[in-house]
Every structure is written in structure tokens, then in C-alpha cells.
Design a protein around this ligand. Structure first.
Ligand SMILES: [Mg+2]
Length: 132
């Protein structure tokens, strides 16, 4: 369907194009309003949450999980991502650029030096704090 080799890196633009084609081929564009997509994504976040529900804290890498549980997790993570990509597209937001911009804003808000000295610190960048 995608024409992309299985082991090739995947970009947000590729996912956007794939979702566009997928919707067009099924005449689903009529249903893909921003509100509908947001609500669908929230539903998928619920499905993702169910996977972790009642498991308590789990270690990184999920070493004790069965393969089928990890496959299911990948499916629900993908559902959330695909709806997020589609929602961004239908809102005219370049998700990749917006995400990079947000990381830059976060880097200013949480300067590296402060984080290295005290990871629990929430000290704000004096240049951007309201007291400055
Ligand atoms: Mg799902």
C-alpha cells in the first residue's frame, strides 16, 4: 500500500500522504473534520490507556510483556499517531515543524544547566520568566 520498504525510516510527511490516500480511497474525507478526528484520537488514547490499566508501574522496554501485548501496544500507539497526523493536516498545521518549535520553546523554558544540576527543579529561564 505504501510503496515504502518495511525497514526504511518513516517521516511525518509520508504518514500524512498515506492517511490522505487512505481517506480518499474510502471516501472518508467527509468524516474527517477536526472535531471528529480529535474525538477519534481521544478514543484511541483510551484504548492505549487500557493496555496499561491495572498493571501498576512497568519497567522501560516492557521486558515481562508477551510479544502479542507489545504488538497490540504498537497498534494502539499507531492509532493515536495516525489520528494526530491526520488532525494536524486537516487543521493546516505542519506537525513536524510545530513539534521542533515546541522543543525549542521547552529548551528555553527549562535550560539545560538547571536540569543537570537538579532534575527535579522547575526553575524557569530568567529571560522568559514573568518576574524578569
Ligand atoms: Mg485502536
Amino acid at each position: 500500500m505504501t510503496g515504502v520498504p518495511a525497514d526504511a525510516p518513516v517521516s511525518l510527511d509520508q504518514l500524512k500522504q498515506i492517511m490522505n490516500e487512505f481517506a480518499k480511497e474510502r471516501n472518508w474525507e467527509q468524516f474527517h473534520s477536526p472535531r471528529n478526528l480529535l474525538l477519534a484520537m481521544v478514543g484511541e488514547v483510551g484504548e492505549l490507556s487500557e493496555i496499561f490499566q491495572w498493571k501498576g508501574e512497568v519497567p522501560k522496554g516492557l521486558p515481562d510483556w508477551k510479544e502479542e501485548e507489545k504488538v497490540h501496544l504498537g497498534e494502539e500507539l499507531s492509532d493515536v499517531l495516525l489520528y494526530l497526523v491526520r488532525l494536524s493536516d486537516m487543521c493546516g498545521v505542519d506537525l513536524g515543524k510545530a513539534a521542533l518549535r515546541k522543543v525549542q520553546l521547552n529548551a528555553k523554558k527549562y535550560p539545560k544547566k538547571v536540569s543537570e544540576e537538579d532534575p527535579s527543579s522547575t526553575t524557569k529561564d530568567p529571560a522568559t520568566s514573568e518576574e524578569a
